[in-house]
Design a protein around this ligand. Sequence first.
Ligand SMILES: NC(=O)c1ccc[n+]([C@@H]2O[C@H](COP(=O)([O-])OP(=O)(O)OC[C@H]3O[C@@H](n4cnc5c(N)ncnc54)[C@H](O)[C@@H]3O)[C@@H](O)[C@H]2O)c1
Length: 388
Amino acid sequence: MSRARSCAWTVVGRPTAGTTRRRRSRKPLMKVGVIGCGFQGSLHVECLQALEDVEVVAVCDTDRSRLDEVRSTTRSAKGYADYRDLLDRHALDLVTVCTMPNHHMRMTVDAFATGAHVLCEKPLALDASEGREMLRAAAAADRMLGIGFNMRFTPNAQIIKRHIESGVLGRPLYTHAWAKSSQIPWWGEHYRKELSGGGALAATAVHFLDLALWFAGFPRPVAASASAAQVFPTKRGPTAPDTASAGRYNVDDLLAAHLRFEDGFWMTLQGSWVDNIPSHADGSPSWDYSLDAIGESAQAVLDPPSIRGEREGEIIELLPPDTVSDVSFPPSVASLIAETVNAIRAGRDAPVTGEQALVTQVIVDAIYESAAAGAEVSIDPSELDWSR
Ligand SMILES: NC(=O)c1ccc[n+]([C@@H]2O[C@H](COP(=O)([O-])OP(=O)(O)OC[C@H]3O[C@@H](n4cnc5c(N)ncnc54)[C@H](O)[C@@H]3O)[C@@H](O)[C@H]2O)c1
């Protein structure tokens, strides 16, 4: 999500390349393969290597320099240009899929066929039909499919979820979620729909759609009405690259949706990669990501975190005044990965399940369909049924 991860790593301590970790516990060693060594794959490798009883034994990327760079941070991982070699040559317990969404389905299905569990990066896939195929493959192999919606593991999201579970918000009524940033994520080809499945929604705002659904208990979606635009290159932002990249740019970068769910819950979602938010003083891009979840008794804001209720006619803040706002990105990815590994060991569901990601993907598809048609679209319950 953000390129500023090196700053955040200085807070939690970045593992040193080549550091030898001694195994202290007696849990069986979990052997992991990571496919895709770009922005997110290199972070997965770092996070996995920080865990005890986990070893990254193989990594894969079609780009030789990225592969070599990531391999140099591991103790002895083998490197492959073809992911099928990575799958064939190792008995892997877990495969993490960190390529762009156009590869998620094929790589995940092939990994299940080898008997590995899979943690696949968000969004689930290019569309829901691919997502349903991934869920069928997980069920056929009796393996876990987890998805990389790491924002749930930020301290702010965890605090709000705990309060929601305690019942303080009451019945969920309406959530407004937004993800606005001052620049396009140029480091990867997130701006090519055929690779990413979409832009400001599928690549970025989808995190806050997932959070809103998680807070509301994953109600069943029934309809979406949306509008979307491609504003780049008219608005370029501070870090727009050369025109060659711009020529392949074909995604939504400004979007708004109104979503209706069963039992009367509704939400609005806003995504933008071209917001005129000033950059940070050091020139790095800035963003404004948050949500406002309104329940029958109180309402919660993600960032800065707040839960406001009322007592005897007064509005009161229910979070302690010393609550620190923390939505740092790399530690939340580290927590998601650690919880995924724990879930595999304990035979539990993934912390972010494939079924939940399918609900999100069905909504993403409906939003794009509605924006293209210029009309509300209904969501049929059969779209959530992956068993057929
Ligand atoms: N959870 C998050 O917050 C978060 C943040 C960033 C990216 N992501 C997700 O991670 C995925 C990758 O995004 P990224 O930003 O790391 O992109 P990236 O372009 O930096 O990395 C993708 C890598 O995959 C490699 N690759 C392409 N085809 C391949 C193939 N056939 N076999 C092996 N490797 C191949 C590319 O060479 C590249 O190094 C996307 O699904 C994205 O949405 C998630």
